[in-house]
Structure formats: structure tokens, C-alpha cells
Design a protein around this ligand. Structure first.
Ligand SMILES: *Cc1c(COP(=O)(O)O)cnc(C)c1O
Length: 362
């Protein structure tokens, strides 16, 4: 191989493997001049604030909150061992899910690829944004086939959604299959880790400096017990986060939420205790469900819920509703025929469910 040829190959290698996020971003978003709010134009301490048309009365709620939530991000950054500038906070994970589509996908041109079955919000957000949504069936055992995903990708695919542990199936996706996708796809891979606290595997967070094309989603809604507070987290390269910040509503996290989540973050021990309790209850519930003849299959779970196959999902679902016990009927979801998704509750809640299922007659 002569030198010139080698250099050319090297340049080709560089071209193929250095990802330029800007090339993936929609042209209008690249060109966007974001709204500059009063809190952007003056930062710091002053004695007289007459810049934002706020009411001087009713402190502290009269003042607009920090649009980038730095105090809260500092605390999250410490906990997660990332840089505060690698964090975006949203109104639940649902906000970054919507924003990532709006940042990268041109309506009626680009498309999204996601596993099937998975979390329903990806498709809803794609539909709202008029972006094609391509489903790739998981294997029958709910494992991920990276080759099948890559075969569905075309030059207009901008985002691949991978949910691990997956909802509604409960299992972790194979790390090497995920890595194959991340390394071979020239677009953004969103890894939804809403249930990561309940899983034995390490978070993908440790990889955000290695892979410039991943966005890791986590939430306060599950392990932290804060679903009503609506606070979700996206972790990615500073570059990607800067586009989130450009497109999001300026004051998307209100001051009550910022302060309350900050306080809750002091209680990591309590969160760990809840997780331990729920994992114990998960083992218990699975053991007990295993003894019931009406349960046909209990799927492997790495989350705070378990998917089970029963003989007549619709009938059992209605029977439980009549007793005031609500589970999720997943009977009509791909690969989930006959399946109910059961969230792990307290010992008492789980026992109430078990007693009801024991008493079920066909
Ligand atoms: C529950 C859940 C979320 C959390 O959504 P929030 O908007 O943060 O409450 C995200 N992804 C998946 C897959 C979920 O099941």
C-alpha cells in the first residue's frame, strides 16, 4: 500500500467515525436564534430587578426561575458523575423525547426507528411531529436483534429509540447488540433508562463521553417516587444538550419543582431502600405467581414490573378491575398476546392481587 493511498484511507476512516452532530440537526434549528429571556441577558446578583416585568410583591414566587436550572443540575451532576452541561431537565422524560424528534427530524422526510413492543410515547411524539416511525420487532424472547434494526435504517433515519430495561417487556436489552447499533449508526441513539435503578446492569451514562451520538434518558418518576412532580433527565454530549436548550421552553422547570427535587436528592438512602424493598417484592411476587395455574408465562424482568401471560387476559383484567385492582392489559401489543403488565407494589398490595388471582374461577 503506498503512502498516498494509506492517507486517503485514514481520512475516510476519520470521516466515517467522527460524528458531526450539526450535520444531523434540522437546518431551521441550526439557524434558529433562540428566545433570549430576561434571565439570559442578565445573570448574577443585583439589588433592583426591573427587567422582567415581574410583580415586586410575593417573593420568592414573583421571580422567573433559572431557565437552565444550574443549582439542581449541579446536584444531579455530582450524583451521576457527569458535567452539569451534559444534563437537560424536562417536564418528565416525555419532554426530551419530543424535543429530540423536533431537533433532528424533518417532518415528512426523516424517520425514526424503534423496537417493538416498547414505550408508547416515542410513536405518539413521532406522529405529532409528522415523522415516520419504523418498528423493528424484538425476537420472541424480547431480545434485541441489532442486525434487524440496522437493516431498517436508511439515509433518512435520524434517531433509534432503545428502551432498556424495556417497557412493557421488562427485560434489559443485550449490551453488545446495543453497542453494535451505537457504533454503526450515523445518527442519534436514544437509550431510555427509566427503569435503570431496578436493573443489575450499569447505566449507559458512563458512555456519554465515549459515544457522541447517544442520549441517555432517566427520570424521577419511578425509583425516586416522584411521578407527580414531572421531572425527567436527558444526558448527552454538551453539544447535543446545547440544542435541547435552544429549542425547549425557556422556563420549562418551575421553581417549586427545582427546589423540591433538590431536597429529594438529599434522600438517596431512602430511594435505595425503596429499590431494595421493591426488588424483594418482585422476587416474592414472581415466586407466588409461579404457583398459580392461570399464569402461563412469567417473563424475565429487570424493572419494577413484571409481564405475565395468562389464558384470557381480557377476562382476568376485567375481573381484577371489578375488585378494584388495576393492572395494565397489554393483550393487543405486539408479541404480548395474552399478557398483563403488573407493577410491583407493597407487600400488602401484592398479596391483595395474589389473593384475587387465587380466587379466580374460569
Ligand atoms: C415511565 C417511563 C418513563 C418516564 O416518563 P416521565 O415522563 O419521566 O414520567 C420514560 N420512559 C419509559 C419507557 C417509561 O416507562
Amino acid at each position: 500500500m503506498n503512502n498516498q493511498y494509506r492517507n486517503l484511507l485514514f481520512l475516510l476512516f476519520i470521516y466515517l467515525f467522527t460524528m458531526n452532530v450539526e450535520n444531523l440537526v434540522r437546518k431551521n434549528i441550526l439557524a434558529l436564534k433562540p428566545y433570549s429571556c430576561a434571565r439570559d441577558e442578565f445573570q448574577g446578583e443585583a439589588s433592583v430587578y426591573l427587567d422582567a416585568n415581574e410583580n415586586p410583591m410575593n417573593a420568592p414566587y414573583n421571580r422567573y426561575p433559572d431557565p437552565l436550572q444550574w443549582k439542581l443540575k449541579e446536584k444531579i451532576a455530582k450524583l451521576k458523575s457527569v458535567n452539569p452541561s451534559q444534563i437537560m431537565l424536562g417536564n418528565g422524560s416525555d419532554e426530551p423525547i419530543d424535543l429530540v424528534i423536533r431537533i433532528f427530524c424533518e417532518p415528512l422526510v426523516d424517520n425514526i426507528v424503534a423496537i417493538d413492543p416498547t414505550y408508547g410515547m416515542y410513536k405518539v411524539c413521532a406522529d405529532v411531529n409528522n415523522v415516520e416511525y419504523r418498528k423493528v420487532l424484538l425476537n420472541d424472547d424480547y431480545s434485541l436483534d441489532a442486525t434487524r434494526v440496522m437493516n431498517t435504517v436508511d439515509k433518512h433515519t435520524k434517531i433509534i429509540f432503545l428502551c432498556s430495561p424495556n417497557n412493557p417487556t421488562g427485560n434489559l436489552l443485550n449490551r453488545n447488540e446495543m453497542k453494535h447499533i451505537i457504533q454503526n449508526f450515523d445518527g442519534i441513539v436514544v437509550i431510555d433508562e427509566a427503569y435503570v435503578d431496578f436493573s443489575p446492569e450499569q447505566s449507559w451514562l458512563v458512555e456519554i463521553n465515549t459515544y457522541q451520538n447517544i442520549i441517555v434518558l432517566q427520570t424521577f418518576s419511578k425509583a425516586w417516587g416522584l411521578a407527580s412532580v414531572r421531572c425527567g433527565m436527558a444526558f448527552a454530549s454538551e453539544k447535543i444538550i446545547s440544542f435541547f436548550n435552544k429549542v425547549k421552553y425557556p422556563y420549562n422547570i418551575n421553581i417549586l419543582t427545582q427546589q423540591f427535587v433538590e431536597e429529594q436528592l438529599e434522600n438517596t438512602d431512602r430511594k435505595e431502600e425503596w429499590v431494595t424493598m421493591l426488588l424483594g417484592q418482585r422476587t416474592y411476587l414472581v415466586e407466588q405467581l409461579n404457583k398459580l395455574p392461570l399464569i402461563q408465562t412469567i417473563y424475565q424482568t429487570d424493572a419494577n414490573f413484571v409481564l405475565v401471560k395468562v389464558e384470557d387476559a381480557n377476562a382476568i383484567y376485567r375481573y381484577l378491575v371489578d375488585l378494584g385492582i388495576i393492572v395494565r392489559n397489554r393483550n393487543t401489543v405486539a408479541l404480548c398476546l395474552g399478557c398483563l403488565r403488573i407493577t410491583i407494589g407493597t407487600q400488602q398490595e401484592n398479596d391483595t392481587l395474589l389473593q384475587a388471582l387465587k380466587a379466580y374461577t374460569y
